[in-house]
Each structure stands twice: as C-alpha cells, then as structure tokens.
Design a protein around this ligand. Sequence first.
Ligand SMILES: Nc1ncnc2c1ncn2[C@@H]1O[C@H](COP(=O)(O)OP(=O)(O)OP(=O)(O)O)[C@@H](O)[C@H]1O
Ligand SMILES: [Mg+2]
Length: 265
Amino acid sequence: MLVLKNISKTFNHNTPYENKVFSHLSFKVNEGDFITIVGGNGAGKSTLLNIISGAIQADSGRIILNGKDISKVPEYKRAVFIGRVFQDPMLGTSPSMTIEENLSLALSRSNNISLKWGLNINKQKLFKSYLSNIPLGLEKRLKTKVSLLSGGQRQALTLIMATMKKPDILLLDEHTASLDPKTALLVNNMTEEIIKKNKITTLMVTHNLEHALKMGNRLIMMHNGRIIMDIKGEEKAAMDIPQLLDKFEQTQGEKFANDRVMLAR
Ligand SMILES: Nc1ncnc2c1ncn2[C@@H]1O[C@H](COP(=O)(O)OP(=O)(O)OP(=O)(O)O)[C@@H](O)[C@H]1O
Ligand SMILES: [Mg+2]
C-alpha cells in the first residue's frame, strides 16, 4: 500500500552540522495497518512522517503509494490523500476562520467537484454530526473562530479535518503530547474510534509506550534512523513495557532514551 524504498536523508550536507538521519531505509505499510511508532529523541520519527507527507524531500529513494511513485509530488498535492495531525495544536487549522469555515475548507480540499465552496444547511448538519461525536461541545460553536478554542479542541478539529474525506494514509505525530492528560485521553479515544470505524491506514508516533502497545495492530521502534523492531499480532499483544524496553536494550546495548517517555517499569 505504502512502500518506502532506500530512503536516504542527510541534513546540512557538507557543513560541520552534517547529520545523516536515514541511510537506505526501506519499509512497507499494508492496507489497513494502524502502526504505532516509538523511539528515542532524534531517532527520525518526525522526519520519516515529514518525508512521507512531502514536507521534507529525501535525498534519494522512492515513496510508492498504491502503486504510484509520489516521491516528486509536492506536499500540497499529497495533502489531498494524506491526512496529518502534528504535535502543535497551532498547526493544522486556520485560527482566523470559524470552525465551519475550517471544516468547509477541508471538505473542498478533496477532488469532489460537486462540493462547492460556501456554507449550506446540509453541510452544517454534516459538520454538527462530526463534531457531536466528541464531548467538547463544538457542535454548538460552528461560528466560533478557531483562535478561541483550547489546544485539545483544536487537535480534535484538526483530526476531524484530516479524516473527514477518508485519506489513503493518516500521519499522527505525537498529536496528544501537548494536551493535559484528560483531554489527551479524549482525543486519543476519538483517534482510535475514527481509525477503526473508517479503516484508515495510519502511522502514529507516540511517546506513550502504553498507548503504543495498546493501540493499532503493529508497532515499530526506531533508533538512529533505523527500524530496530517491527512487531504485530500476537507478539505485539503479548508485549508489555518492561519487555519492550528489555528488547531495545538487548538489541542496541544501551538504554532507551526519550525525555518524554515515562519509563515506568
Ligand atoms: N529540518 C531539519 N534540519 C536539520 N536537522 C534536522 C531537521 N529535522 C530533523 N533534524 C535532525 O534529524 C534527526 C531526527 O530528528 P526527528 O525530529 O525526526 O526525531 P524524532 O524521532 O522525531 O525525535 P523526538 O522524539 O525528539 O521528536 C535529529 O538529529 C534532528 O536534529
Ligand atoms: Mg519528533
């Protein structure tokens, strides 16, 4: 479904800050996979998602989505079929526009030409039905400017916008990390529901190892730009946090280091 072939990426080539992040990285995502991605600071998780979304160009290698090479397709064109939610609630929505204007924009971004710009009663009904799935009261605030929303409300809205026209692939980069624990749980549950209901192929970076083990059908661990663990099914279901960390230490000969991961064990 999504294939990455021999991806290499070096930042700041030929400078004292040269940083080779990926060297011939390859991996394959199957249709319907919900992959959680964990790894230490600087492992390359965000860069991987950035390369898939087109925010960063790889130096070499190919990205094939549904049989088509999208390596040279610019980011704004990939956004039609790749949904994204970042860690920062300030990204992903337009603050000066209302909730319904943001949703309308997300809807018109698709290539469905029957949906014209503008707000009509049917669309308002549709938006209210999306928003009423989350207990944040947003369905009553369609005319509210997004700048007035909390971080959690903005992340929930961004998630709805990223998934309302089912994307071929959904990329989530620690999208609940900056939220308070209660709101993070809410957005997390909503994420799981939307992905399951719509069977959206998803890559989700998280620093929460418990979520990484509990959510999705497959878990990938990255370290120094390499995929060092790729587990699914029964193996994933049987794994707990101490085992996950032990496996990391055994293969890498060092301790798992991520300042945002709570290493409860
Ligand atoms: N735009 C950039 N310019 C230069 N270096 C970059 C850039 N983006 C990422 N890097 C470097 O690439 C490496 C991988 O970074 P990346 O952000 O992908 O890590 P990460 O796994 O997401 O880490 P974290 O858990 O801290 O979010 C790091 O060494 C980082 O400093
Ligand atoms: Mg990151």
